[in-house]
Design a protein around this ligand. Structure first.
Ligand SMILES: [Zn+2]
Ligand SMILES: [Zn+2]
Length: 342
């Protein structure tokens, strides 16, 4: 059985306000933008009639993090209706340890819809609670078990990518955290064949908060280096995290320099997914607050560049933008699609 709707999308359904004071104490999370419950219901694209024509083809794979409410296969239908040709989901509740097994029929239905709509790659984002760099032994053990479940579900869903934040090393030092996270990933994947079905684990860069690993391209590259011979790995680069971590990606020259630095460390070919999020906070602020495409402190220019740079043509571009008004998800997908030349 699959988790029920209310468990599936806390980041969309919860009506709590983003914390300000103690945000550093929260476990890994990639955004805190939330909308009231009623709004989330009202805007569900599945409640509207199906589009008459398929979306126009784009030269790039463009999508958005999509709700799995009502069953995982619903995410594929929603993604298609939102104009996506790739998408990201959670395969279980992002803020609960306990995960339910995916049912075979649900996985089959997902596969069928993805084939029908040519939706690829499928990206799965790991549960927020998982911290593979932590010093607390019990918590680490739970994280490894949970991450193994993430890998198993990603395999069951025939996903191409599983995105993971490298974790927080609070309570120890960075080097130890790095060693723990790489060992934990390898342990979680032990005995599972990822290569044959084509599943790759992607290490995501983070906003660079005090104890978090992955705030620099060098740190992401280091994790990849350690794991290269153990599991299939690549990187997911989040534009909002890059910006608030201090990289200049908003000015034309800064963008070029930052991409050059990314290429020299992680390698552009290893960046399989770009999380396309504008930022509410200033460059270098370390505050992870996602904003609508073109409406934040990064601006449209970066996204236009990323979507048309031939060196990045192999990557998928996925928004994790907030939903403040009904239809914001569709509008952000449309904004990205508009920037990609045919
Ligand atoms: Zn984020
Ligand atoms: Zn992200």
């Amino acid at each position: 059985m699959f988790p029920v709707a209310s468990q599936m999308e806390p980041e969309r359904l919860q009506s709590q306000k983003p914390e300000t004071g103690n945000w550093k104490l929260q476990p890994v999370k990639w955004h805190t933008d939330v909308v009231p419950r009623s709004l989330a219901r009202e805007q569900d694209i599945l409640k509207r009639s199906s589009p008459k024509r398929p979306p126009r083809l784009t030269s790039r794979r463009i999508g958005i993090h999509t709700s799995s409410a009502g069953g995982v296969q619903n995410a594929a239908e929603r993604a298609y209706r939102l104009g996506c040709n790739t998408f990201q989901i959670f395969s279980s509740s992002p803020r609960q340890w306990a995960a339910h097994d995916l049912s075979r029929p649900d996985c089959d239905a997902m596969k069928k819809l993805r084939d029908k709509y040519d939706l690829k790659p499928l990206v799965i984002h790991t549960n927020y609670l998982v911290n593979l760099a932590g010093a607390n032994e019990l918590f680490l053990k739970k994280s490894v078990e949970t991450f193994r479940g993430e890998i198993e579900r990603a395999l069951a869903l025939c996903a191409e990518y599983l995105v993971l934040h490298p974790g927080s090393f609070r309570g120890s030092d960075r080097e130890q955290g790095l060693m723990r996270t790489t060992a934990a990933i390898a342990t979680a994947a032990q005995g599972l064949d990822l290569a044959k079905p084509g599943l790759t684990i992607l290490i995501e860069n983070t906003a660079g908060a005090e104890y978090s690993l992955g705030g620099s391209f060098e740190q992401v590259a280091e994790v990849l280096e350690y794991l290269r011979n153990l599991v299939p790995v690549g990187a997911c680069i989040d534009t909002c995290h890059t910006h608030v971590a201090g990289y200049d990606i908003a000015s034309p020259q800064g963008m070029q320099d930052t991409l050059k630095r990314l290429d020299e460390t992680v390698g552009l070919k290893n960046v399989r997914v770009w999380h396309c999020n504008d930022a509410k906070a200033a460059r270098g602020s370390k505050l992870d607050r996602h904003q609508h495409i073109g409406k934040g402190s990064i601006g449209l220019q970066l996204f236009r560049h990323l979507l048309n740079d031939p060196r990045l043509a192999h990557a998928a571009f996925i928004a994790e933008t907030p939903i403040d008004q009904p239809g914001d998800d569709g509008r952000n997908v449309a904004a990205l699609r508009k920037l990609a030349k045919k």
